[in-house]
Write a protein that binds this ligand. Structure first.
Ligand code: SF4
Ligand code: SF4
Length: 101
């Protein structure tokens, strides 16, 4: 097994390892990506860094007034892989249990 990741490696890696979250019975909990208010695309800065590496194409960008765009995550398509969480430079993507969506 490899050693702990450095801070630099954590900040620059683009492919996240699968996240394992277990419920009280030890069963895997399904995770979904969620967007929070940090998103600079919603605030008017061109950014699609989370959408490009999403292999199942679960993130679409809905145009808003003023040149802004809202990332929308498809709960049906998102696998909870966490790649978008690693790709976002401002921490606007998080993973949470699918039931909390
Ligand atoms: S968690 Fe994975 S599948 Fe879901 S939106 Fe992010 S990159 Fe796409
Ligand atoms: S990478 Fe982050 S800031 Fe950029 S569009 Fe995606 S959620 Fe928004």
């Amino acid at each position: 097994m490899s050693g702990p990741l450095s801070r630099r490696a954590l900040l620059t890696r683009r492919s996240a390892a699968p996240v394992a979250l277990l419920d009280g019975a030890g069963e895997p909990v399904a995770l979904l990506a969620h967007l929070n208010a940090n998103c600079i695309s919603v605030q008017g800065t061109a950014c699609r860094l989370c959408g490009d590496p999403c292999e199942p194409r679960a993130i679409r960008f809905r145009p808003l007034l003023g040149g802004r765009a809202l990332p929308e995550i498809s709960a049906e398509t998102c696998t909870g892989c966490g790649v978008c969480v690693s790709a976002c430079p401002v921490g606007a993507m998080t993973l949470a249990p699918a039931q909390s969506a």
